[in-house]
Design a protein around this ligand. Sequence first.
Ligand code: PLP
Length: 407
Amino acid sequence: MNFLGRAQALDAADPLAALRDRYLTAADNDVISYLDGNSLGRPLKATADLLDSFVREQWAGRLIRGWTDGWLDWPGRLGDRLAAVALGAAPGQTVVADSTTVLLYKLARAAVDARPGRRTILLDTDNFPTDRYVLEGIAAERGLRLAWISTDPAAGITPEQVADAVDEDTALVLFSHVAYRSGWLADAAAINRIAHAAGALTLWDLSHSVGSVELHLDTWAVDLAVGCTYKYLNGGPGAPAFGYVRKALQPELRQPIQGWMGHRASFEMGPGYEAAPGIRAFVSGTPPILAMVPLDANLDLLESAGIAAVRRKSLLLTDYVLELADAWLAPHGVTVSGPRDPARRGGHVTLTRPGFEKLLEPLWKRGVIPDYRRPDGLRIGPSPLSTSFAEVHDGLAVLRDLLESRA
Ligand SMILES: *Cc1c(COP(=O)(O)O)cnc(C)c1O
């Protein structure tokens, strides 16, 4: 069977194939292959309808009454939904708020303050830039030291590396669950055990895992986590982030942006800050309700598909990417810079080759949209619910043709 035939057979056997029709295509669509679901997911048709009816009915109709009708509860309500559908977490531990960067700051600052006397934050060199910058700021603010684990940019953080680096001075360890560059899927449960044995807290960035791989935050004994809702959760550009704080830790942690929405009684307008009980204390200001509307539609779909089925399809999609990369692209000097082992592979595959930068524009012109990461990486991130195998085939065929025509 040729590769197109294989894509068609995989599509025919895909139990989630019909869900692709739930996504919106622009009237003047010029995209034949969207391979960047790990950076910005596509919108659902239901999202457009929900936003329209929200503006017309909820906003225009309820006006200020909307806040007490329910909007004020959305950070916790959506957090609990997300926790049940995608995080493997019990209710009362997750909020939707802020951006990933801001929530990361709030949780990391709270964590280091809860381990006074410990002076080190442990992270790895391939962590996402915003994570590194935020921790750099916190270290300066609190007089702490950053300890770096050098990770192979084509792989990722391992329990052995953490065991070698963590000690009685470590307050916090922060890693990405799926590395943004290589797609390496870290063993969160094992790393948590090692960090906890040394008395450190753990904070996981789930931006590249949520909605594409199975998460079991409660079972894995994760202390803290943050992540985006605009990647595999298709929440829309700049949609708010989510933060998870393990129940048992909540009374112990105090986050630094104490705003009125995290106050015990927001509308008493009292003289001093008194933290709300539970997870609400991690909210700071007015929730971005409009930007939260799409999340419900996406969680409805994810709930009906089931995250286990999504992960199964994701692995089949990236298997197929690897197959095409080996057959078509390797002869043109393209290498796979990431894990082939499905147990360590997240939802995307990174291909590297010097000069990829110059291919980005011609790819876009032909309606093929992968993700580019400096200096020479193309990330192929087929979002499982919105991408067909034929779409992967067509996109990588264009890439192959471009490489051939330049050879
Ligand atoms: C995309 C991403 C972010 C983005 O943070 P924002 O505050 O939304 O800009 C953070 N961390 C990781 C690992 C990401 O992949």
